[in-house]
Design a protein around this ligand. Structure first.
Ligand code: PGA
Length: 252
């Protein structure tokens, strides 16, 4: 596991963007696994700028997103499909039909989950999966549990997650109670993982995930078992890492 620590969230985001762009530069038809939330916004801004500068070409890329709220369609302002359109897809040369987000409106959710797994397999698997981390250690919407989840499935969101996401909704009651998410197993099958965490509010969970036990109660801790993972932090999110470890790994 490689840990990169940058001074600011913007710089951390740019470093993550460079890793995504590198994958696409080497393999123009790459499959990128993408994430929503506040953390990846600087990544997406940089990818848009990089394509505008002619440094990378997304026209042959496919993307698969980690998750979507159940009950929210593409027209809903808080749906993750809409988030991705507004913050990334509509600014890139990527073909709309090559972007995939779980269907929050599917009539048969288990069947749609299976179809999502089949889609990822048919694309040849994920070359790089970008991850954020929730305050409870979730990746995608894989919440703390007794076991690590395997494939794409429906989850009930914890009170902590709904509260954290309430800032995007007119009221806390409007945060959906459930979501569809790739499983931890789906994520772990990606060729490469990049976990990005920024801000002092993530420092405690980053320490638990990177220095505690690998434990399904901290879903993000599983990434330490992956053979090709880069964690990118800003100084604030890295601030609770044990001293020796931080200075040994520091690359500001
Ligand atoms: P955030 O969400 O980037 O908005 O903090 C991260 C997550 O919940 O995975």
């Amino acid at each position: 596991m490689e840990i990169i620590i940058k001074k600011t969230a913007e710089e951390a985001g740019r470093a993550a963007a460079r890793l995504l762009a590198e994958v696409v530069q080497k393999k123009p038809e790459s499959v990128l696994g993408l994430a929503t939330g506040s953390t990846p916004l600087p990544v997406y801004r940089e990818l848009i700028d990089m394509e505008r500068r002619g440094e990378v070409d997304f026209s042959r890329v496919h993307t698969v997103n980690l998750d979507e709220y159940v009950g929210l369609g593409p027209d809903h302002p808080q749906s993750y499909r809409r988030f991705m359109e507004e913050n990334l897809f509509c600014h890139l040369s990527i073909a709309a039909e090559n972007t995939f987000v779980p269907d929050g409106l599917a009539a048969d959710i288990p069947a749609a989950c299976d179809a999502y797994e089949e889609k990822i397999a048919a694309l040849g698997g994920i070359d790089l999966q970008l991850l954020g981390i929730g305050h409870d250690g979730h990746i995608g919407f894989n919440e703390p549990d007794r076991v690590f989840s395997v494939g794409t499935h429906q989850v009930h969101l914890t009170a902590m997650t709904r509260e954290a996401n309430a800032r995007f909704f007119p009221s806390a009651e409007e945060v959906p109670a459930s979501a569809v998410t790739m499983g931890v197993g789906t994520v772990m099958q990606a060729e490469k993982l990049v976990l990005l965490a920024t801000g002092a509010d993530k420092a405690e969970i980053v320490k638990k995930a990177l220095e505690g036990e690998v434990d399904p109660q901290v879903p993000a801790s599983v990434i330490r078992l992956h053979r090709n993972v880069t964690v990118i932090l800003d100084k604030a999110a890295a601030s609770r890492l044990s001293q020796g470890r931080e200075s040994a790994l520091k690359r500001i």
